[in-house]
Design a protein. Sequence first.
Length: 138
Amino acid sequence: MTYIYVILGIIVFIVVLTAINRRRMKVLALERGEPNICSYARSFDFRNVDTKIMREVYNLVQEWAGKYEDIPFPVQADDTFDGIYRMDPDDLDDIYFEVAEKLGISKENSEANPYYDKVETVKDLVLFLNDQPRVNNE
């Protein structure tokens, strides 16, 4: 019987944490207003960063973050995956692999990338992907 109470307690704890995080994200989304990919893009040196990578990362992070009052979450380049999104590292890996696969970016030898193990923000992820070689160029 004790196990049932422990399991129920864990479930209630998870539900409460999820509700708190959802509320936090909603407040942040409403404070930021409408999503604006133009201001996001201006955070990068678009002459040296592939705009396809910028857009794809933006779209996938926005999709992951969800909608609040039917408005997609307004992603900013300086958003931290841990602090703002509280994103599980596996979810971040999924976004990385999806962008790399879709845009023909090599996933090999990522340890040689100067951004390896330093991806903390959306911008860092874009720059990491941008510095990876393209599959077609190998």
